[in-house]
Design a binder for this molecule. Structure first.
Ligand code: F6P
Length: 350
């Protein structure tokens, strides 16, 4: 007999704590996780089953799609549309919302997902993942439209990701902390390996794509200049950097050992509003990070409070260790004040 709580047991026990629960949410989660196991298998065998490489098509954001992006999207739809728990889905890989076809029963939830985040890493065998967020479908709606999905991150019922790395990890929150599971390939079940994850408040590790430095706003330049100055600079200690170019992997690292992740907006034409997507990247990750004791901001406001304006909206993302995130926010607010001419330009960190 193997030791450890299986994911199935975990969600059923969680359900029992909520007397009015119908079990619908539990079954929805179970179906999502089954889809992710299938994606995990495709990712794992990618080279062998000829599903790596470009699909030679573009998604709605004009990004080249990988074959695995399209396959993962299909897997999610096929695994979930029949379930009866959803009224609609939206994904990074689909321009419009996907209402549940009328041949299936409709449910009370909406699912938003990035089927394969960080997919530029598929050919180089570096960690990638699926990110998802569950919202409640507004009352009385059975044919949801884009407007029904435009809910701030504070309204998420649940958020999670599955990381396809050396091991396959599932990390999940439904607003009562964050729990992490590892896929036991032998029995095909996720096992609770990281109960009640928390992020250390302090960190000396940061993740940002340094090649964009020349495009950053002064607040980000200031923060990064200070951390790279190390123990001789205003922070008085050395920092380390990591950049995987896969947000799922960066967030997972932060949950495991702390850190801060920054994908700020910058001066490039397509990054004016940020690079990452609000509904299916920033919001679920921010929910997880906050639930683990960290913080997430656009630089100017709490990320989870942002009212989305459109399905594929982009947003600046700064998340991780609370103290660092608060510092970056302060630098933005000071920069904005300086721009208004309220206070003299600062040169030093406080
Ligand atoms: O949006 C997808 C994504 O791959 C994220 O997972 C990652 O953090 C980011 O893009 C990497 O962007 P860049 O290639 O600009 O470093």
């Amino acid at each position: 007999m193997r030791k450890g709580t299986t994911f199935t047991r975990f969600i059923i026990e969680e359900q029992r704590r909520i007397p009015e629960s119908t079990g619908e949410f539990t079954l929805l989660l179970s179906a999502i996780v089954t889809a992710c196991k299938e994606i995990s298998d495709d990712v794992n065998r990618g080279q062998l089953i000829n599903v790596l490489g470009s699909a030679e098509s573009e998604n709605v954001q004009g990004e080249t799609q990988k074959k695995l992006d399209i396959i993962s999207n299909e897997v999610m739809i096929k695994a979930l549309e029949w379930s009866g728990h959803l009224a609609g889905m939206a994904s990074e890989e689909m321009e419009d919302v996907y209402p549940i076809p009328n041949r299936y029963p409709k449910g009370k939830y909406l699912l938003v997902f990035d089927p394969l985040d960080g997919s530029s890493n598929t050919e180089v065998n570096v960690s990638i993942g699926t990110i998802f967020s569950i919202l409640r479908c507004p009352d009385g709606i059975t044919e949801p439209t884009e407007d029904d999905f435009l809910q701030p991150g504070t309204r998420q019922v649940c958020a999670g990701y599955v990381l396809y790395g050396p091991a396959t990890n599932l990390v999940l929150t439904s607003g009562q902390g964050v729990n992490g599971f590892t896929l036991d390939q032998d029995i095909g079940e996720f096992i609770l390996t990281h109960p009640k994850l928390t992020i250390p408040e302090k960190t000396s590790e940061f993740a940002i794509n340094m090649s964009n430095q020349r495009h950053w706003e002064p607040a980000i330049k200031r923060y990064i200049d200070e951390v790279v100055a190390g123990k001789d600079g205003p922070r008085g200690r050395n920092f380390n950097t990591r950049w995987v170019a896969s947000m799922v992997a960066e967030v997972h690292r932060i949950l495991m050992r702390g850190g801060i992740f920054l994908y700020p907006r910058d001066g490039r034409e397509n990054v004016h509003e940020g690079r990452l997507r609000l509904l299916y990247e920033a919001n679920p990750m921010s929910f997880i990070i906050e639930q683990a004791g960290g913080a997430a901001t656009t630089g100017r406001e709490r990320l989870l409070s942002v009212q989305p304006g459109k399905l594929h909206q982009r947003i600046p993302v700064i998340l991780g260790a609370r103290e660092e995130v608060e510092r970056v926010t302060r630098y933005h607010l000071e920069m904005d004040k300086e721009r208004e001419g309220d206070i003299p330009p600062h040169r030093q960190a406080s």
